[in-house]
Design a protein around this ligand. Structure first.
Ligand SMILES: C[S@@+](CC[C@H](N)C(=O)[O-])C[C@H]1O[C@@H](n2cnc3c(N)ncnc32)[C@H](O)[C@@H]1O
Length: 527
């Protein structure tokens, strides 16, 4: 079989596939059925399948079997609506040549279709007493208009006629109305809260909820987050379970990064730092769960609608600020606004600042990551200011097929779940340098998870950086290298990697710097 075009992470031009290529790959009935059944297990349960896909049309079968009938037909109505939904959806997807459907096909880049059934009217004529053939057909006169609107990035709202037959006998007729749009075009640019698309807001909220849900599963291992369960809510817990079933490494990855960031942050504060900026705060609860001294200020940045929902959940859970800790919300769209501009006048650049950018870099493009980092740089003016971020390796993101099966499965899992990793680095230190930053530490997540023998952990790392400075520049006082302690983390032989070299803890030299000596020689005071 040909390589599916939507499998290539770096592939952005999807429009230039021919109909025949598209039919043989993205729309191939057996593969398409498999993907839909994987995502919607009830389709598997009733053995629904796609028989044929044509341009603007689809034929599917809802077989008559023990699962799809109870002899008295009473639950057929619901199954007919289900079959109508997916048959009409396939017909509409066939017109959107080359574009993977979010939540169905593995999505490898920011280019995908968000599709949603808005409405369905169904008229039942008689009970189904045999395999049900379901056909959807979009009037050929409408094809060009639908395609033009979609490819221009506009909203498509289309009503499709669907018929149900037992052989030649009509069983039901339905009309189903769909919404379809390029996923990327759903988001509002900037921080206007007007007309934020419900689907896009749900996607943002879901990603924050999902991480909180994963923390709720992992709490008590490498960190404690007593708030995560309630912040995640029922939806967050459900999707975290779904993600962790599909990509079981996610739990360890989130636990390790939470711990590493907690440790780095605590050290920053211990050394006197008081200003913490959490970029893309989501449902992060560090301002509440870490025992930090009075005077610490948390700047919590996210889309305004996400911040609003965060506020609502905090109030609902009756979470109150810790005494002496101030939280300042700042709305931002990282794609279009500079962090330094957003915080100008609100933050003291003459005092150390800690920037936490957690769980986000892998979802942007390289160009966007570089622009975002550039926008962060002015905030790192003070020599003791630090940036924490997590990075994935480039090659497993772009060519997972060259890696061991667990990495392939993990990357595919994230693509199928609609949260594909789209950006990774070859060399963290070089990459950060290209953004005018100095990499102080790069720790692979497996350092915390040495009991879990899985290659996925080795392609995910946590970096601490400061502004780039002259070669003789001393390390920031707020950065405490080699703070890892096997006894504390329960890790056997932790190691750091920098420049691709693995250094076991306690090794005297790290990138030419004697990290252990630094620990003892530097006073734990702010400059
Ligand atoms: C995966 S969550 C991570 C949340 C948090 N950092 C954590 O680890 O718990 C990603 C967060 O980034 C926010 N986000 C995504 N794109 C953004 C953008 N362009 N500007 C600002 N925030 C964004 C989302 O609203 C969401 O809250």
């Amino acid at each position: 079989m040909q390589k599916l075009r939507f499998d290539a992470a770096h592939e952005t031009k999807l429009f230039d596939v021919t109909w025949d290529q598209d039919r043989a790959t993205r729309l191939e009935p057996v593969e398409f059925t498999k993907l839909l059944r994987e995502q919607v297990p009830v389709l598997e349960f009733v053995q629904w399948e796609i028989k044929e896909v044509d341009l603007g049309g689809a034929e599917t079968i809802l077989p008559l079997n023990a699962q799809s009938t109870n002899q008295h037909f009473t639950h057929q109505a619901a199954l007919l609506v289900l079959a109508a939904d997916y048959t009409g959806g396939v017909a509409l997807a066939s017109l959107l040549t080359g574009w993977p459907v979010l939540g169905v096909h593995p999505v490898a880049s920011r280019y995908s279709v968000s599709m949603w059934l808005l409405k369905v009217d169904i008229k039942f004529l008689r009970p189904s007493v045999a395999d049900l053939t379901v056909t959807a057909k979009i009037d050929p006169d409408l094809h060009e208009r639908i395609q033009k609107r979609f490819f221009e990035g506009k909203t498509v709202v289309e009503t499709i006629n669907i018929e149900f037959r037992n052989g030649d006998t009509p069983v039901a007729e339905a009309t189903a109305t769909y919404f379809a749009r390029q996923s990327d075009k759903l988001r509002a640019e900037g921080i206007s809260t007007e007309r934020v698309n419900t689907l896009y807001q749900l996607k943002l909220t879901s990603s924050a909820e999902m991480i909180a849900g994963v923390r709720a599963r992992e709490t008590g291992k490498l960190f404690d987050d007593p708030y995560a369960y309630h912040m995640a809510g029922q939806h967050g817990i459900a999707i975290a379970n779904r993600f962790c079933d599909r990509t079981p490494q996610l739990g360890g990855m989130v636990a390790a990064r939470t711990r590493h960031l907690d440790d780095t942050l605590r050290n920053f504060v211990r050394a006197g730092g008081r200003q913490i900026v959490n970029v893309g705060v989501g449902w992060d609860m560090r301002a509440f769960r870490l025992d930090l001294p009075a005077g610490v200020k948390f700047y919590e940045l996210d889309f305004p609608t996400t911040l609003e929902e965060r506020r609502r959940r905090l109030a609902q859970q009756e979470v109150v600020d810790r005494p002496g800790i101030t939280r300042i919300e700042a709305p931002i769209d990282l794609r279009t606004m500079s962090l330094a501009d957003v915080l100008a006048g609100q933050i003291d650049l003459d005092q150390p600042i800690f920037l936490a950018w957690e769980g986000m870099s892998m979802y942007f493009s390289e160009e966007e990551v570089l622009t975002i980092l550039k926008g962060m740089r002015p905030l790192l003016r003070h020599p003791d200011s630090l940036l924490w971020l997590d990075l994935v390796d480039r090659e497993p993101v772009e060519t997972p097929e060259h890696f061991p099966t667990p990495i392939q499965q993990f990357m595919r899992g994230m693509r199928v779940l609609g949260e594909p990793f789209t950006f990774g680095v070859d060399d963290a230190e070089e990459f950060l340098q290209s953004a005018g930053l100095r990499c102080l530490e790069a720790v692979r997540s497996d350092a915390y998870l040495s009991d879990k023998d899985d290659p996925v952990y080795s392609v995910y790392q946590f970096c601490v950086a400061s502004r780039a400075a002259g070669p003789a520049e001393e390390l920031p006082l707020t950065f405490q290298a080699a703070r890892f302690d096997g006894a504390e983390t329960g890790v056997g032989v932790p190691h750091f990697t920098l420049n691709g070299h693995v250094n076991e803890i306690g090794a005297p030299m790290r990138n030419g710097v004697d990290s252990l000596r630094n620990l003892t020689e530097y006073p734990r005071q702010p400059r």
